[in-house]
Design a protein around this ligand. Structure first.
Ligand code: AMP
Ligand code: GLY
Length: 425
């Protein structure tokens, strides 16, 4: 198989490495990729939503599988673009149709879907310009804290949680009246605040059957002890100790099966990953959000624990034979620690020289995120720079090994959390 993987983060390096290890892997291209993905295949200077360029590239290079890493191309309809094009329709895209990607692309779409399928989620209402005054009245009466979500994609910034009615009203006004998140906040979902501990559960599906992959927990705040600003993710662990067999059975019965059956019943074409952002409320799982792709940095702990051939799973999805597959998981614990640029998630500098990146071993891999090559140097090229994943018999040991390597790698302004997985250690 000749593969085009779209994206440039740590998730894409982890996916690229996993695919490159498969005997089914022919040529592997990554667009635009980073300094890490170039060790697994060939980077191509092309944006993930430049569909016409992607078309020419696929035809010129005999691509037989496209794997979008992030939601962007999926929400923009790359699946439909391929299916509807005579020259491209034989090339499978590992992801949902444009409608399926709305599970992530529109909070209101996801909420209505969950309501129709009886999937547990926070109580909510949606508002826009037309029922704005109703929204104001709803907020004034709402219990605190209150959660406001821009309907569309807002680069992970579209959720506001506040314990103050006036602040909620101000935010509501900014989102709808002042287009704080552009078109993404023309519609706003207001929902009940749920108290509990979060986790990320992943499945691979052909839209009818599914297989559950190792679960993970990510750490979104910049500071140790979960303090400070939200980031794309400062680290992750897998497995998640409270996600025992009993809890995962509830997740499968109340969330996963209902979601996949719902997609199938509603005729929504969906091939690829579903990421369930869940919260455990007193032992019961509730859906906080759906994503139509793998998580980042969760992929950096999930892929190293997944013992299956990922391309074999992709082939099974395309051939409708997923039910014959069994998922095998490395019993060891994985912890990934993200090295980020000083200042992230606010302004930061790029182009710092990175040194002392160790070669991979059977129990540690340094995935590249925001990096690029400059001759034989590796430079920082983003907020999140490297994800150091270690595998060990205990989570505590995996974390120690990742932190040791985090101390050893050098670049100016290097910043990281030493407490990834702290509540389980
Ligand atoms: P989302 O973009 O929907 O994942 O929301 C971002 C973060 O906000 C989540 O990871 C949660 O930590 C938090 N969050 C979202 N919705 C709720 C809710 N209903 N109750 C409590 N926390 C929430
Ligand atoms: N780590 C959360 C996400 O990928 O959305």
């Amino acid at each position: 198989m000749n593969i085009l993987l779209l994206g440039s983060g740590g998730r894409e390096h982890a996916l690229a490495l996993k695919m490159s290890q498969s005997p089914l892997c022919g040529k592997l291209f990554i667009a635009p990729g980073n300094a890490g993905t170039s060790q697994c295949g060939t980077n191509v200077n092309m944006g993930v939503s430049e569909f016409d360029k992607i078309k020419s590239f696929c035809l010129e290079n005999g691509i037989t599988l496209v794997v979008p890493g992030s939601e962007e191309a999926l929400v923009n309809g790359i699946y439909d673009f391929f299916v509807q094009d005579e020259a491209l329709k034989h090339i499978p895209v590992m992801g949902p149709s444009k409608v399926g990607a709305q599970l992530e692309g529109s909070k209101a779409f996801a909420k209505l879907f969950m309501e129709r399928q009886g999937i547990p989620t926070a109580a909510y209402r949606e508002f826009d310009e037309n029922n704005y005054e109703e929204g104001v009245a709803y907020i004034k009466e709402h219990s605190l804290p209150i959660v406001l979500k821009a309907d569309g994609l807002a680069a992970g910034k579209g959720v506001v949680i506040t314990s103050n009615h006036d602040e909620a009203l101000e935010e509501f006004s900014q989102m709808i009246k002042s287009a704080k998140f552009g078109d993404a906040s023309k519609k706003v979902v207001i929902e009940q605040f749920l108290t509990g501990i979060e986790l990320s559960v992943f499945v691979i599906t052909d839209g009818h059957t599914y297989k559950i992959l190792p679960e993970a927990k990510d750490y979104k705040r910049i500071g140790e002890g979960d303090l400070g600003l939200n980031t794309g993710g400062m680290g992750a662990v897998s497995p998640v100790p409270f996600a025992d067999a009993a809890f995962m059975q509830l997740v499968e019965d109340k969330v996963i099966r209902k979601t996949i059956d719902g997609l199938s019943k509603e005729g929504i074409i969906y091939k690829g990953f579903v990421f369930f952002g869940l919260i455990n409320v007193g032992g019961e799982p509730f859906v906080i959000e759906y994503n139509c792709r793998m998580g980042d940095p969760e992929t950096e702990v999930v892929m190293p624990r997944l013992q299956n051939d990922l391309l074999e799973l992709f082939v099974a999805v395309n051939e409708g034979k997923l039910s014959s597959q069994t998922i095998y998981t490395d019993p060891r614990a994985a912890a990934t620690v993200m090295l980020v640029s000083q200042g992230y998630p606010e302004a930061y500098e790029k182009n710092k020289v990175i040194t002392n990146i160790p070669a991979p071993t059977h129990d540690q891999i340094v995935f590249h995120a925001g990096t690029r090559h400059d001759g034989d140097k590796v430079l920082t090229n983003g907020g999140r720079v490297l994800a150091i994943t270690s595998l060990a018999d205990t989570l505590a040991l995996a974390l120690v090994h990742s932190v040791q390597t985090a101390n050893q790698i050098e670049f100016e302004g290097k910043t990281f959390r030493r407490d990834i997985g702290y509540e389980f250690i």
